[in-house]
Design a protein. Structure first.
Length: 68
């Protein structure tokens, strides 16, 4: 079970239509593509950062101590 399923139950078609209608009313039709583009680029950056997690740090603790 996911977090949303535990606290909200299952979200079915009528609930999704209501959520989409509220989002459309709040942001308007012209603003939604911009929001989705921003969300997509944010997810892309997150995945890129997660993939690059194996990159070694540029300096080690011993190098920092040697500089002091």
């Amino acid at each position: 079970m996911t977090f949303l399923t535990i606290f909200l139950g299952t979200i079915e078609f009528p609930q999704m239509m209501l959520i989409l209608a509220v989002v459309l009313l709040l942001f308007g039709g012209k603003k939604i593509p911009e929001l989705m583009k921003g969300l997509g680029s944010g997810v892309k950056e997150f995945k890129k950062a997660a993939k690059d997690d194996t990159v070694a740090p540029t300096t080690t603790v011993k190098e920092e101590e040697a500089k002091q």
